[in-house]
Ligand binder design. Structure first.
Ligand code: FES
Length: 236
């Protein structure tokens, strides 16, 4: 099926050197993914190439990277979809690069933790489980699929200029619990979102919406949170 050229932005932490390196790999099958291309390089050409992966099923979020100008998951990006046999790959932006395509996710997780990303029911657990109706469950369907890949964080210009900004994924998580019928910490959550580095820092650029591999809509969540802060009815 021909050859594919991968131009990969690499970083050598020992030499503190950032550089591009080109690899030409065989296009082995029609449904070959970018992740398979990276593995080909690691196994056959340069075993020092570093990248993260785990599930290979677009579930864990660890293989997020910048591929031909867009944030994508390497494990579910087919070369055939890119419609070119020249592919440029860079690590996620706005996060410190550790080596090659591996970034330090600490700033992302620190902000995520601030949102208290767990259920706070405010009453002792029932004997069996906290039941939701189908309608109540459907309310969180639209926000529950976040895989914490940080594509939105990396594409947001505000996370670059305001280092304490919570960022789209963290704010989406706040909305996820605001929408959850079992959660009783809505006041606390709105307080976090109303901080100087919460929703009001968003500049409505919409990069987060465009870059989300799960087609989630953080700007919609941000508007919803703003409504909550202003005492208006929350939207589904
Ligand atoms: S390896 Fe898990 S999302 Fe790609």
């Amino acid at each position: 099926m021909g050859k594919i050229t991968l131009d990969i932005e690499r970083y050598d932490p020992d030499k503190k050197a950032q550089f591009f390196q080109s690899f030409q790999i065989p296009w082995e099958k029609r449904d070959m993914t970018v992740l398979e291309g990276l593995f080909y390089i690691q196994e056959n050409m340069d075993d020092s190439l570093s990248f993260r992966t785990s599930c290979r099923s677009a579930v864990c979020g660890s293989c997020a990277m910048h591929i031909n100008g867009q944030h994508r998951l390497a494990c579910n990006t087919l070369f055939s979809v890119l419609k070119t046999n020249k592919v440029t790959i860079r690590p996620l932006a706005h996060l410190p690069v550790q080596k090659d395509l591996c970034v330090d996710m600490s700033p992302f997780w620190e902000k995520y933790e601030k949102t208290m990303p767990y259920l706070m029911p405010g009453s002792p657990p029932p004997e069996e489980e906290r039941i939701q109706s189908e309608g109540q469950r459907a309310e969180i369907d639209v926000v529950i699929d976040c895989i914490q890949c940080a594509c939105c964080y990396s594409s947001c210009p505000v996370t670059l200029t305001s280092k304490d900004y919570l960022g789209p994924a963290a704010l989406l998580k706040i909305d996820r619990f605001l929408k959850d019928s079992r959660d009783e910490a809505k006041g606390k959550r709105l307080e976090t979102a109303d901080s100087p580095f919460g929703v009001w820092r968003c500049h409505n650029v919409y990069n987060c919406q465009r870059s989300c591999p799960k087609k989630l809509d953080p700007p919609r969540s941000i508007v919803n949170i703003k409504r909550g802060i202003l005492g208006k009815e929350l939207r589904p």
